[in-house]
Write a protein that binds this ligand. Structure first.
Ligand code: DAH
Length: 358
């Protein structure tokens, strides 16, 4: 004959001693599971005499009910404790500062363009734009490239398929100079604009990519001369490289759209493997420039006897490479996140002349 009070005591002790929900569950299976002790006692009632059953039945049922409710209580208690512990361990302190995890960034080309825009804006230039797909007139003819002139080939132009009706072949603009034409044809002087944008040429090596970026500049007014051009560009280059002054020279060159034309070089020293500006005996070519050719002014409906101007064009990516020490141009447009993480800029610090450029 089972000692029911002893069994109850043992079970209640086991339930009280359980420290996890799983332990309580083990006690429940032992007592009330299919082959559990109490289940065995309940089954045994079938074989009892009516008198025995009348006496034992209420005791066994009472035992079953008390043990079941003790198990339910202990389970609820432990579940609440486990939840409390989990909430405590997963607590989020919203007052903690965010961890600096830089995922995205500004591409160096965009950074450099923003720097250029900031500098020229402070000198009173507005930003102008034109389409990437240009017609022959804006990319070449209006810029004084003679028809069939080899200069058109010189640019390694990407030509689009000829228009089936007109036979016209559009081009991917080979430079940002067509924006000069668009601006002069739509605005009256005085004009003072820069035009940053994409340009395209069939060219690919360490310093050339088929798509690259230029910033064009154009100033048209009365009595504009080379002195304005030189001061503007020297001031710009000094600010861009964050130098007080630059030792520059303007070397005669040829562009169809300017006369005279020049390339601007700055003095540098490359002996230490790194470029140092304003030192040494080397010259680094930085940009092309010149006085706007009278034919270009005429093509755009401006009287060259009344207005003159200067223009310039420079490679944004190339200047970025020089400023930020990138050895190769090609990875700039390969979208490799490791390269971008290394050379990219924070999106939270946009360049401006007051807080600094870079
Ligand atoms: N368009 C020229 C190029 O792509 C650069 C250039 C030179 C632009 C002289 C100008 C300029 O506006 O005056 O190489």
């Amino acid at each position: 004959m089972t000692d029911l009070p002893q069994l109850e005591l043992d079970l209640i002790n086991a339930i009280g001693g359980a420290t996890t929900v799983a332990e309580v569950e083990a006690v429940r299976v032992n007592a009330l599971g299919k082959t559990g002790v109490i289940s065995g006692l309940l089954k045994g009632m079938g074989a009892m005499s009516p008198d025995e059953r009348r006496e034992q039945g209420p005791m066994i049922n009472g035992l079953r009910d008390r043990v079941a409710s003790a198990i339910a209580d202990r389970k609820a208690e432990l579940e609440a404790a486990e939840l409390d512990a989990r909430l405590l361990s997963e607590k989020v302190d919203l007052t903690l500062p965010a961890r600096p995890r830089r995922k995205g960034g500004v591409h160096p080309t965009m950074q450099v363009m923003d720097e250029m825009v900031a500098i020229f804006a402070s000198m009173g230039f507005a930003v102008a734009e034109g389409p990437d797909i240009e017609d022959d007139f804006h990319n070449f003819t209006a810029l004084n490239f003679p028809p069939k002139h080899p200069a058109r080939e010189m640019h390694d132009t990407f030509f689009l398929k000829p228009d089936p009706e007109t036979g016209e072949r559009k081009v991917l603009r080979t430079h940002t100079s067509p924006v000069q034409v668009r601006t002069m044809m739509s605005q009256q002087p005085p004009i003072r604009i820069i035009a940053p944008g994409r340009t395209f040429r069939k060219d690919s090596d360490a310093t050339h990519t088929p798509m690259f970026h230029q910033v064009e500049g154009l100033v048209i007014d009365r009595d504009i001369h080379m002195g304005h051009l030189k001061t503007t560009l020297q001031t710009f280059i000094a600010r861009f490289f964050e130098l007080d002054t630059v030792d520059a020279r303007f070397r005669p060159h040829h562009f169809p759209f300017t006369e005279p034309s020049a390339e601007m070089d700055i003095r540098c020293d490359r002996s230490g493997g790194q470029i140092k500006f304003n030192e040494g005996t080397d010259w680094l070519e930085i940009l092309g420039c010149g006085m706007v050719h009278p034919n270009v002014l005429r093509s755009c409906g401006i009287d060259p006897d009344e207005y003159q101007g200067f223009a310039f064009g420079m490679g944004v990516d190339r200047l970025g490479m020089l400023k930020y020490g990138m050895p190769d141009l090609r990875p700039m447009f390969e979208a490799d996140v490791r390269w971008l993480a290394h050379y990219g800029f924070s999106a939270f610090s946009s360049p401006n002349p007051a807080s600094g450029l870079s």
